[in-house]
Write a protein that binds this ligand. Sequence first.
Ligand SMILES: [Zn+2]
Length: 222
Amino acid sequence: MNGLPPKPRNRAPRLTAVAVMPWLVAPGMFLPGCGKARSAEEGVTFNVEVERVRNGSTVKIKPDEKLVYAGLRAPYEHEPLFEEARKRNAELVEGKEVRLRFDKEQRDPDDHLCAYVFVDDQFVNEMLVREGLAWVRLTPTTGRYAKELQAAQREAQRARRGLWRLAAPSAGEHYPADPKYGNFHRPECAEADKIKPERRVDFKTRQEALERGLAPCATCAP
Ligand SMILES: [Zn+2]
């Protein structure tokens, strides 16, 4: 047993923190003034080894689990800066022991582990956003570091780093978004048609959607 949250279909509670860092768990360390009650799993940290980096926001950890970084999305293979983001992420975590910290849910809607990643005192998720190698992607279950990640993205945008030095895509008339998955689309995207009406939000500009913590869809590249 490695102490990680159980895989799907084996959800019996067997959480065992490998190492709980008191400085990490102390409420308010990262979110000053945020003292609301958290679920039992929140704030628990696990030490795991990163076996291989797949892209700027997905890694394979030992033993054989896919881990998706919480609160952001890095470029996929067909998108610009995929390789830069992958390389940078590898530099930061590949072959290293990292500390995972969970948000409200330990798994994303695709049942992959979803967490914030720390190496020593480095907050990897935030670094990748600050360097312009990933978009902030907030969902109802990944808001824990919203302030930090959004500030990092504003800094990257202002400094025109990485993704923010690329020419902006042509402007659309509006941008339908699905807050559940933390992304926004062009109106003609097939994915936009699948958004449940009660969840759908329409933004006038791309920037407005980005500032709300939504990431551009990888298919329609809004
Ligand atoms: Zn789309």
